[in-house]
Design a protein around this ligand. Structure first.
Ligand code: NAD
Length: 366
């Protein structure tokens, strides 16, 4: 089995790190790495060569691999270069229609899209989304602390005592919970909100106050994810969030609904009434944003409020993120190819949900 790793163009992550390669080589795999694939995450070509991988060009990865691993960068024009028998594995967001998805289907490429992995116990060790969200949640707080012009913890000094920073976190999924935990460790006073009332206890167990808005709709069939809310609920929620945000020093938003535009939670009027020197980090900026004035991949200042829009904060922790991603991929490979290409467990939820061609074929038949 020849496993090739493509270099990411837009992200800092690399799909395999030397430690994981050693395990794969011990299991009889051959590893090809595109030149400088790991450079942005601090893994040099020489480190890969030391563990037995071969450094090759991008075109050799396409022509010589049985399995191609990438984070999420692949150009539409490159899809025809992928061998029909090969398997491409990465994060491609094919849950939404895109040019890339069309190219995969047209070229009959065998694609495993890890964005579609079920959030089940068995898939936990492969759960790329959770690993990345956890990194991003941590980084959001560190970034906020760096941009905030005050202390996070309560501080008693010769010049007086300052209260802890007031931190508000919207969306208490994987990223939000990590953000709460990190902000608490830094000594902030944290309030958090999520439409899923089931997270209330988790929020409280991390030492934060749960902001409650009555009347949220939840759906047990949504796989642990949130669903869209009624107009009445949205208005009630907006008002309470507005009142809490204008007193906060730091607001971090991470609210998402899979394959939908992110809910708008912080309005323009809220930013206008926030304290100068406060910081807003919008982690949903790539899907429309939770913050009305945020701009994706930009740091802007409005009335003295710093607003940072970044949905890929894990990129600022490329070494750690690559280590997690490589482990997730290793577990995915072990599950999917443990009996070789002839023994792929198509009936399993992990394979049937992530393998694009199967799903498309099934939906065409139906
Ligand atoms: P996500 O990134 O889709 O959303 C982040 C959070 O935003 C969610 O908690 C969601 O409820 C919240 N949200 C959506 N709309 C909102 C609104 N209008 N206002 C406030 N908050 C809003 O979700 P995620 O973090 O990837 O995961 C969500 C959940 O999935 C987890 O908390 C967990 O229950 C489940 N999960 C399960 C597993 C597993 O079993 N292996 C792994 C990871 C996640």
């Amino acid at each position: 089995m020849v496993i090739g790793v493509l270099k990411s163009k837009n992200d800092t992550l690399v799909a395999l790190v030397p430690k994981v390669i050693t395990k794969l080589i011990n299991e009889e795999a051959q590893i090809l790495i595109e030149t400088e694939a790991g450079l942005k995450s601090n893994y040099k070509d020489s480190a890969y060569e030391e563990v037995g991988a071969k450094i090759v060009s991008r075109s050799e990865i396409f022509s010589d691999s049985d399995i191609i691993l990438t984070f999420s960068d692949i150009e539409v024009e490159e899809v025809p270069l992928i061998n029909k028998e090969a398997y491409l594995i990465g994060k491609f967001n094919t849950g939404i229609d895109s040019e890339l998805k069309t190219a995969f289907i047209t070229n009959e490429t065998n694609v495993f899209d890890l964005d579609l992995l079920p959030r089940s116990t068995i898939a936990q060790s492969m759960d790329v989304l959770s690993a990345l969200a956890s990194l991003s949640g941590y980084k959001a707080v560190v970034l906020a602390a760096d941009n905030y012009s005050g202390y996070f913890p309560m501080m008693t000094t010769s010049a007086g005592t300052v209260p802890p920073a007031k931190v508000m976190i919207l969306g208490a999924g994987v990223a939000g919970l990590q953000a709460i935990a990190t902000a608490r460790r830094l000594g902030g006073s944290v309030e958090a909100f999520d439409v899923r009332s089931s997270v209330k206890e988790e929020v409280q167990s991390l030492g934060a106050r749960f902001i409650e808005v009555e009347g949220a709709q939840e759906d047990t069939k949504a796989g642990g994810y949130a669903i869209e809310q009624s107009e009445e609920y949205i208005q009630k929620q907006k008002e309470l969030i507005h009142q809490t945000a204008i007193k906060a020093d730091v607001v971090i938003t991470s609210a998402n609904i899979p394959n939908k535009k992110a809910p708008l939670l912080i309005e323009k009027r809220t930013i206008e009434q926030m304290k100068p020197g406060s910081v807003v980090i919008d982690m949903a900026s790539a899907t429309g944003g939770n913050v009305e004035l945020s701009e994706n991949n930009k740091s802007i200042e409005i009335n003295g409020v710093r607003i940072i829009g970044d949905s890929r904060l894990f990129n600022q922790m490329g070494t750690q993120a690559s280590h997690f991603y490589a482990n997730n991929l290793y577990n995915f490979l072990k599950f999917t190819f443990k009996d070789g290409f002839a023994g792929i467990p198509y009936e399993s939820e992990i394979v049937s949900k992530t393998l694009l061609q199967i799903k498309e074929k099934i939906s065409t038949v139906n």
